[in-house]
Design a protein around this ligand. Structure first.
Ligand code: MN
Length: 203
C-alpha cells in the first residue's frame, strides 16, 4: 500500500505573514511530494511495503540512505503540517502546558531552549520537542531528515512538535534570517494538536 501525500487542512496562504504562500506551495507540493514518491520507490517489493511509517522508522537500518532520507522526510512533513495552523500561536494548553512549565520553569525558557536547538542545527535538519513514556519532555535536534523515532544516538522519544530548519522551509521569505523564521513558527504552533500528540506519546 503506497504512502500518499496528505492534503493540507488549511489554504496555503492562510499562515501568512508567518509562512508565505509560495513557500507552502513548493514545500508541500514539491518537496513533500518528492519524499513521498521516493519513499514508495524505496519500499516497493520489499517486506516493508505493508508497514506503518512509524514502524519503518523505529526499525530503520540507518545505513539504508534512501529509506532514511525519504521515510524521515515523509513522516517529518506529515507532522509539521499537522502541528501548525492559521489559528495557532499563544500558550501551550492542557497537560502539555503543565509539563512544559514543570520541566522548563516557564514557557519563555522553553521557547529559548527550543529556538537555540533550531538555531544551532548546522545546515539542514529539525528541532523537536519529544515526550518519553510516562511524560518526560526532551528537546532534540536531528540532521537532514532524521527524527527521534529512528535509532539515533542522541535524544529520542515521540515527537510532539517539530520545526523544519531546512532552507527550503524559509528562504523565500526570510533568506538567511533563520532566527526570524523560528520566532514566526511560535505564532502558528497548534498547541491543541501538540497536546493530543503529547497525550498519545506519554502513554
Ligand atoms: Mn521541509
Amino acid at each position: 500500500m503506497p504512502f500518499t501525500l496528505p492534503e493540507l487542512k488549511y489554504p496555503t496562504n492562510s499562515l501568512e505573514p508567518h509562512i508565505d504562500q509560495r513557500t507552502m506551495e513548493i514545500h508541500h507540493g514539491k518537496h513533500h511530494a518528492a519524499y513521498t514518491l521516493n519513499l514508495n520507490n524505496a519500499i516497493k517489493d520489499t517486506p516493508l511495503d505493508n508497514q506503518s511509517i512509524e514502524n519503518i522508522l523505529k526499525n530503520l537500518d540507518m545505513n539504508n540512505m534512501p529509506l532514511r532520507n525519504n521515510g524521515g522526510g515523509y513522516y517529518n512533513h506529515n507532522l509539521f503540517w499537522e502541528i501548525i495552523s492559521p489559528n495557532g500561536g499563544g500558550l501551550p494548553v492542557g497537560e502539555l502546558g503543565e509539563a512544559i512549565n514543570s520541566t522548563f520553569g516557564n514557557f519563555d525558557t522553553f521557547k529559548e531552549k527550543f529556538a537555540a536547538a533550531a538555531m544551532t542545527r548546522f545546515g539542514s535538519g529539525w528541532a523537536w520537542l519529544t515526550v518519553h513514556p510516562g511524560g518526560k519532555l526532551e528537546i532534540v535536534s536531528t540532521p537532514n531528515q532524521d527524527n527521534p523515532l529512528m535509532p539515533i544516538t542522541a535524544g529520542g522519544g515521540f515527537p510532539v512538535i517539530g520545526l523544519d530548519v531546512w532552507e527550503h522551509a524559509y528562504y523565500l521569505l526570510y533568506q538567511n534570517r533563520r532566527a526570524d523564521y523560528i520566532s514566526a513558527f511560535f505564532s502558528v504552533i497548534d498547541w491543541k494538536e501538540a497536546n493530543m500528540r503529547f497525550l498519545d506519546g506519554k502513554g
